[in-house]
Design a protein around this ligand. Structure first.
Ligand code: ADP
Ligand code: MG
Length: 278
């Protein structure tokens, strides 16, 4: 059975996840990256410099295959740049860290664990590895419940991933990211595989979650409307090797309306930067 119950957030008060820290500041400085393929170098990123201010929502927009995910992997600490530096709060990023969480296009839930147990994986791993000895089981349970409530999945805590719709599985992945109280949320085309109505709903949800918290967001997308609906700033990449071709500040107030004339004008500007006439 696939659960497709509509999720009603209208009367819900956003639960407090006991946030204790501000959003991260990210600095990417003169980063170039190349992959070695069959003895040849494949240049993927070329002299990329960008920053994310604490609490800022930045979208990276560029054509498929230009190097967006590669840059996210560098920021997440999953890879090291061939040249240049990547810093979080002024310190070099030299590996993954629970303060920087990544949500990919596929929610990657463990099929044999319930939604609650999938969301609890992060805090659970921290408890068993004794990174946070004060992290008692009851506290973990409270955080998991708050995260599930935050994404509107409380009623489905005991469901298994195969019982969820695509949007709900992605909500569970978001809850698993948020339960760690991140400083930076790294999103790699998180709604790319969802149907268009679910995608629109999830974009609204993401804005609501981000506004209720203080983490910084770095989102990768190839969807111009999505970037403009969500972000404070849109950085436009060229084709591979990715170079920054434009940076568009978007100060339309939240919650945004997709037909806001300001967004429509920015869309024209961004598409123009990507070499498309509209
Ligand atoms: P995007 O996310 O913008 O679609 P990616 O960053 O995933 O692009 O990939 C950029 C380019 O780098 C692609 O041509 C891809 O094939 C190549 N690439 C990505 N990861 C690797 C890797 N680990 N080894 C070799 N080439 C890779
Ligand atoms: Mg990608």
């Amino acid at each position: 059975m696939v659960i497709t119950a509509p999720l009603d957030h209208s009367s819900r008060v956003t639960p407090d996840l006991h946030r204790s820290r501000d959003g991260a500041r990210i600095d990417v400085r003169h980063v170039s990256h190349r992959f070695a393929i069959r003895g040849e170098g494949l240049p993927v990123l070329e002299d990329i410099s960008l920053s994310v201010e604490p609490g800022e929502f930045v979208a990276l927009l560029g054509p498929s295959g230009c190097g967006k995910s590669t840059l996210l992997r560098l920021v997440a600490g999953l890879d090291k740049p061939t040249q240049g530096s990547v810093q979080a709060n002024g310190l070099p990023i030299d590996g993954p860290d629970p303060s920087r969480v990544v949500v990919f296009q596929d929610p990657t839930l463990f099929p044999w664990r319930t939604v609650r147990d999938n969301v609890g994986l992060g805090p659970e791993a921290q408890r068993t590895s004794r990174i946070r000895p004060g992290n008692k089981e009851s506290k973990v349970g409270e955080r998991v419940d708050a995260a599930l409530e935050l994404v509107g999945l409380s009623k489905f805590a005991d469901a298994f991933p195969h019982q969820l719709s695509g949007g709900m599985a992605q909500r569970a992945a978001l809850a698993r990211a948020l339960v760690n109280d991140p400083q930076l949320l790294v999103l790699d085309e998180p709604f790319g595989k969802l149907d268009s109505l679910t995608r629109i709903r999830m974009q609204g949800e993401l804005v609501r979650l981000w506004q209720a918290a203080r983490y910084s967001v770095l989102l990768v997308t190839h969807d111009v409307e999505e970037a403009l609906y969500l972000a404070n700033r849109v950085i436009v990449f060229s084709g591979r090797p990715a170079r920054i071709v434009a940076e568009v500040r978007n100060d339309a107030p939240y919650p945004r309306h997709r037909d806001d004339p300001k967004l429509v004008a920015l869309r024209r500007e961004v598409l123009g930067q990507l070499g498309m006439d509209v």
